[in-house]
Ligand binder design. Structure first.
Ligand code: DC
Length: 248
């Protein structure tokens, strides 16, 4: 994975030498699929003027690259660091966010195809993949002023993050949100049940894997978003981050 140029990777508001950087200004948002992490994290980052890292997109980019390069899934357990390096997935700092590129192409829709959705949990549970991504994620966090969402951001990747949040929501509500994201109105019961069962399978794989399972950090603030609207979710996290931000 390409290294980040720290000069270009400053927050969108530019560097302020009086403000602390590093993990104390990192905001982690973990939780199960469909709890609203990504949309919340992106907006929290915008309001704080921090950069946003979608860590799930890193696992998705690797999954896309493995599939695109024709590495058969039954060989993934034998992957090593050199093979991962050769996949040539790059993280490129953009305005307020971090973009993912593969072989000269920016990855967007490729990260959320059915094929990637179906394989990403398998990739995410490989210890070599997690270890390989750890260094890259920490290098981004060391630059400070980062909002990042995932499954292990507060527990494993940034154990000293200044603000840690764990978002949860009822399974049915998460399924409804997923369908709405995909353009459906979420009103068809059978469709809703199928979406809920896919989410619960993903939760099961993510929370029972041996390496970095999904769980709340002991110092994370748990927010149940089932009955919160988007504005309330974002507001709560921004308030927490502002309260915990070290004084200048
Ligand atoms: O949040 P998402 O659906 O984009 O995540 C894709 C997959 O990656 C999902 O199986 C969970 C996994 N993941 C992880 O294990 N650790 C993270 N920090 C982020 C995502």
């Amino acid at each position: 994975m390409g290294e980040v140029d720290s000069g270009r990777a400053r927050g969108p508001e530019g560097a302020d030498p009086l403000r602390p950087t590093g993990e104390e200004t990192v905001v982690t948002i973990d939780g199960p699929a469909g709890a609203g992490k990504s949309t919340t994290a992106r907006e929290v980052a915008r309001r704080l003027g921090y950069r946003y890292l979608d860590s799930g997109a890193l696992y998705r980019a690797l999954t896309h690259a493995l599939l695109a390069e024709g590495v058969p899934a039954d060989r993934w357990p034998e992957l090593d660091r050199d093979t991962l390096d050769r996949l040539a997935v790059e993280v490129v700092p953009g305005a307020g966010t971090l973009m993912l590129w593969h072989r000269g192409r920016r990855l967007t829709d490729e990260l959320r195809t059915d094929r990637v959705n179906a394989h990403v949990s398998l990739v995410a549970r490989l210890p070599v993949v997690r270890e390989w991504l750890l260094g890259h994620q920490r290098a981004l966090g060391a630059l400070g002023r980062l909002v990042t969402d995932g499954r292990d951001m507060g527990t494993v990747v940034f154990p000293s993050a200044g603000t840690k949040v764990f978002l949860v929501a009822d399974l049915e509500e998460r399924a409804r949100r997923r369908l709405t994201e995909q353009g459906s109105d979420g009103a068809d019961d059978a469709e809703l049940r199928r979406a809920a069962s896919r989410l619960s399978e993903r939760d099961e794989i993510d929370s029972t894997r041996e390496t970095a399972p999904l769980r709340a950090a002991s110092d994370a603030v748990v927010i149940d978003t089932t009955t919160l609207d988007f504005e309330e979710q974002v507001g709560r996290v921004v308030d927490l981050a502002r309260k915990r931000r070290p004084s200048r």
